[in-house]
Design a binder for this molecule. Structure first.
Ligand code: ZN
Length: 165
């Protein structure tokens, strides 16, 4: 099955390219959420920053250390969600998590470089490496969504404190 071997080689090249030349690596100066996550089983760490405006991922950057799977997946994730809406980013994350369980993505969704990670589902121990950055992204969006409702109720408390002074 030489075609499978060629595909494996191609996928490995894509993964190594993202690992060696990560997209969106670095820091955003301000206006962003930062989420730190680690994967104790492999020692991977990620610090992901998201800048969300009007429910759109305006900017995303990450700093991380770890294996080629975790870092290449982080690079691919940032590339995939930049400029997308929160809804699209979360949908993609769900599709990716299923993809890592061996479930094919919907026909109308092009995963692009992410497809190169399809072999990971055969190695359960590495799935956590591949999903680390995605979990960080979900958590960041969750915090952003909560932030709005928390600050709404917090506003009321502050008004009361001010009144009593
Ligand atoms: Zn790892």
């Amino acid at each position: 099955m030489s075609s499978n071997r060629q595909l494996d080689t191609l996928y490995r090249q894509v993964i190594m390219d993202h690992y060696k030349n990560p997209r969106n690596r670095g820091k955003i100066d301000d206006g962003s959420l930062t989420i730190h996550l680690n994967n104790p089983t492999c020692g991977d760490t990620i610090s992901l920053q998201l800048q969300i405006e009007d429910d759109i991922v305006k900017n995303v950057k990450f700093i991380g250390e770890g294996c080629s799977i975790s870092l290449s997946s982080a690079s691919m994730m940032t590339q995939a969600i930049k400029g997308k809406s929160i809804e699209e980013a979360l949908k993609l994350s769900k599709v990716f998590s299923e993809f890592m369980q061996g479930i094919a993505p919907p026909d109308d969704l092009d995963l692009g470089d992410i497809e190169a990670l399809q072999g990971v589902c055969k190695f359960p121990a590495r799935i956590k490496c591949a999903t680390l950055a995605w979990k960080a992204m979900e958590k960041a969006i969750e915090e952003k969504t909560n932030e709005v409702s928390v600050s709404d109720s917090h506003c009321g408390c502050e008004m009361k404190e001010n009144e009593s002074k």
